[in-house]
Design a protein around this ligand. Structure first.
Ligand code: ADP
Ligand code: MG
Length: 259
């Protein structure tokens, strides 16, 4: 049984003038333990796909199943439960609560799940160690670097051992070295058995994922090995992106750390 299944999903947004078709009868399955990159030009529907997968919005038609649960037929409260229990979502802008410490940010979802306070503390501590932030639990978000903030957000997304981790451009607000470290962390989480779907506009990051899916105008136009799909995407994005992609591949072959 797939962890994530989108079946003939169409999503129209209705603004004041014309409807926008963000996803066009799209189907996608992600199995347990997969690590999938979603790539494509800005506006092709990546965030829409992720928000439907994350039970944050409903499709106009079609079905979405997360860990076997058809989220498209749930009411708001049941949907919120699926979101809390099955989905870990990571945003480009981190979305930390600035009045809470690092530790409290990670602990909060567990308290909402009514885990015992002591249990919650232990789990929060463990997740912070997974992202190597054991020492910084008492700081506030504004006392962290961008990369550290994203690590906190990742720790928070992992507290309830979600069935799937969804990350929308998690490196988009980070410099390229810090972004690489964050992607490295996703690879470690994948090795631990997590199922991950990651949106990235950087072909070199997508190239390292075992599988990549490319969207054009709300449709899947390629689905295969990360390296192959990322190359096609870089070509479509133009000479500059393609050159950067080849430079990154050459650097990797020259022995720089590759997951
Ligand atoms: P991507 O993440 O690949 O950049 P999005 O999924 O955000 O693409 O957007 C897909 C299309 O849907 C775009 O044309 C975008 O303008 C439109 N869109 C996204 N969200 C909304 C919204 N809330 N209201 C109206 N149009 C939207
Ligand atoms: Mg987007």
């Amino acid at each position: 049984m797939p962890i994530l299944s989108l079946q003939n999903v169409t999503k129209n947004y209705f603004t004041d003038d014309q409807p926008v078709r963000a996803l066009n009868n799209l189907s996608l399955e992600v199995s347990r333990g997969e690590f999938v990159a979603l790539v494509g030009r800005s506006g092709c529907g990546k965030s829409t796909l992720l928000s439907l997968a994350g039970a944050m919005d409903f499709p106009t038609s079609g079905a979405v199943l997360v860990d076997g649960v058809a989220t498209t037929s749930l009411r708001d409260d049941a949907l919120a439960k699926v979101r809390r229990e099955k989905i870990g979502f990571i945003f480009q802008s981190f979305q930390l609560i600035h009045t809470l410490t690092v530790f409290e940010n990670v602990e909060l979802p567990l308290l909402l799940l009514l885990a015992g306070k002591r249990n919650a503390r232990e789990i929060a501590r463990e997740r912070l160690s997974w992202v190597e932030l054991d020492e910084l639990g008492r700081r506030y978000p504004h006392q962290l670097s961008g990369g550290q903030m994203q690590r906190v957000a990742i720790a928070r997304a992992l507290v309830q051992s979600p069935a799937i981790l969804l990350a929308d451009e998690p490196t988009g607000n980070l410099d390229s070295k810090t972004g690489e470290e964050i992607v490295w962390l996703f690879h470690e989480l994948h090795e631990k058995g997590n199922t991950i779907v990651l949106v990235t506009h950087e072909p070199k990051l997508a190239a390292r994922c075992p599988r990549a899916v490319r969207l054009v105008d709300g449709l899947i136009v390629a689905d295969g090995k990360g390296r192959d799909v990322a190359l096609a995407n870089a070509e479509a994005l133009g000479a500059e992106t393609l050159a950067a992609f080849h430079a990154a591949q050459a650097a990797a072959q020259a022995g720089q750390r590759l997951p």
